[in-house]
Ligand binder design. Sequence first.
Ligand code: THU
Length: 143
Amino acid sequence: MPKRITEGDLALLAFAREVQGRAYVPYSNFRVGAAVYAGGEIFQGVNVENAAYGSTICAERAAAMAAITAGYTDIEAIAVCGDSESPCVPCGACRQFLAEFDPTMRVIMGGKTDAVDVMRLDELLPEAFVRGYLDEDTGEDEE
Ligand code: THU
């Protein structure tokens, strides 16, 4: 269910939009900026493409990596801004990557227009594979 948009959401989205121009996108030319809010600080990221296309890193994961590298794993929100007309959603791999840190985090999405969507990560990715499943491994099938 889309959520009410707060001033904080728009502020975080502005940080995502601010950094979008630094995306390295010689192949798709599709620029994405992301901003993570963690530990009371903002961490930005852009998509970085590669001649081996599969080695490309999305903006969301780049921003999350910056937060984690700075010592903040408690991610409260992420904003993503893409070159699309409609608000840009995080790809499936990024949803799974982010669910590791908090499946309830706020995801703020923007594009080339003023339209903004806000959802919880677990609405975008219900039933994420999380650490709890590994804890359920009884080890009984090991030799
Ligand atoms: N991309 C992102 O950075 N985030 C997304 O959520 C969707 C896709 C990037 C990857 C690639 O560089 C370009 O957008 C086109 O897929």
